[in-house]
Design a protein around this ligand. Structure first.
Ligand SMILES: C[S@@+](CC[C@H](N)C(=O)[O-])C[C@H]1O[C@@H](n2cnc3c(N)ncnc32)[C@H](O)[C@@H]1O
Length: 373
């Protein structure tokens, strides 16, 4: 499967980016053994020596992200278990990010999260090596990226460091391309971008998925923009928000609101609820026999709610300072009361004081209903 074929699988990409995909073959950046995450279905090991056709198929697929590191390197990638910590992003998602980035010739770019080096190489091909700075936090990942880039004949400036600080030495940038999931946008990126410049990043809303947002920097130190498509990205290392270690009994209660409805209503609900409940995370899982469970946590509280087909009411367990289930339910029902607006009605503003999500216009921030414990 050639780079030509992959470019053909990215029909929405503009001509200059397609030329870059043709000129910078993805297969130069993917190791012989890695863990493939196809667009749908479970992940699987790809092994170039044992099954070359399977490897080529995965590398040439527009939907496949290829995991190249697990648990910061503590677990072998062939096991496929543990937290994914570096990867070659799925080309379809890369194409969406590059489309939003939409640079002019000669623009200077900061990339956060070099990973395999493939996206840095695409940027370098499009804009020139001298205009691309890519920051990676993991020295072993960066060393491999450097070698991959050398094989591809590209040499952007590579920086080992924490990309949340940007790279002030080469600022200002016209564009910032972020390839890790972001919960709170580091203000350094806004400070290091020219007025009118654009920051494209995957924003991790409360649940595990992310939503691409393109923020344009205004002249007064603010960045503002709207949400686009959904994607999956591993979080910035400093923004892996662990489940708190709490003690004490759970408060038990019940609710009529079905957690499946809350979790699966729409991307609009996901963005709105995350905007109303900053620093609250959640996950969910189907259970045997048709059950469904949602877990929520913040720095000082946790909750879980379980739907069972046998009961009309949903069981809720909570502990810590906050009643997170009630907060989630109130935020979700507020979104319903707005007429269940979809994701494209929401945007984000970043200022030196922090970030907020808004509905329809930047002057209309989403605000959480007050819910007491
Ligand atoms: C999804 S991968 C990058 C994919 C890359 N665009 C590609 O296609 O090869 C995300 C990378 O971000 C890196 N990363 C995580 N936190 C970071 C941080 N604070 N600063 C710089 N890099 C970071 C990870 O080590 C990982 O290599």
């Amino acid at each position: 499967m050639s780079a030509e074929d992959l470019a053909d699988r990215l029909p929405d990409l503009d001509g200059r980016w397609r030329d870059a995909v043709r000129a910078v073959p993805r297969h130069l950046f993917i190791p012989d053994r890695a863990w493939c995450l196809p667009g749908e279905g479970p992940g699987y090991l790809i092994d170039r020596a044992a099954e070359p056709a399977g490897w080529e198929h995965a590398v040439g697929s527009a939907e496949s992200a290829i995991v190249t590191q697990i648990a910061d390197g503590a677990t072998g990638v062939a096991e496929g278990r543990g937290e994914y910590t570096s990867s070659g992003s799925a080309p379809g998602v890369v194409a969406a990010e590059l489309g939003l980035l939409d640079p002019y010739d000669g623009d200077e770019i900061l990339e956060v999260g070099t990973g395999t080096g493939w996206t840095a190489a695409l940027l370098s091909h499009r804009l020139g090596d001298e205009n691309v700075t890519s920051v990676e936090i993991d020295p072993s990942v960066l060393a491999v990226a450097e070698e991959n880039l050398r094989k591809a004949g590209r040499s952007p400036q590579l920086v080992l460091g924490d990309g949340t600080k940007g790279h002030p030495e080469a600022a200002p940038y016209d564009r910032v391309h972020v390839t890790c999931g972001v919960r709170e946008v580091p203000y350094a990126w806004v400070e290091q971008t020219r007025p009118g410049g654009v920051i494209v990043l995957p924003w991790i809303a409360g649940w595990e998925g992310a939503h691409l947002v393109g923020l344009t920097v205004t002249g007064d130190g603010t960045a503002v923009g709207v949400f686009h498509r959904a994607c999956g990205f591993m979080p910035l290392r400093s923004q892996r928000w662990a489940h708190p270690l709490l003690e004490g009994d759970f408060r038990r209660s019940s609710t009529l609101l079905d957690p499946r409805r809350v979790v699966r209503s729409s991307y609009g609900a996901e963005v709105a609820v995350a905007g109303m409940l900053p620093r609250v995370c959640g996950t969910y899982a189907e259970e045997e026999g048709g059950g469904f469970r949602v877990w929520l946590w913040s720095e000082d509280s946790e909750a879980n709610a379980r739907y069972s087909p046998e009961y009309k009411r949903i069981a809720v367990w909570q502990r810590g300072a906050r009643d997170l289930w009630e907060e989630l339910a109130a935020a979700f029902l507020r979104w319903v009361s707005w007429g269940s607006p979809d994701r494209d009605r929401f945007g984000m503003t970043v200022t030196p004081e922090g970030q907020h999500i808004w509905r329809d216009t930047p002057g209309n921030p989403v605000i959480s209903p007050v819910v007491g414990p």
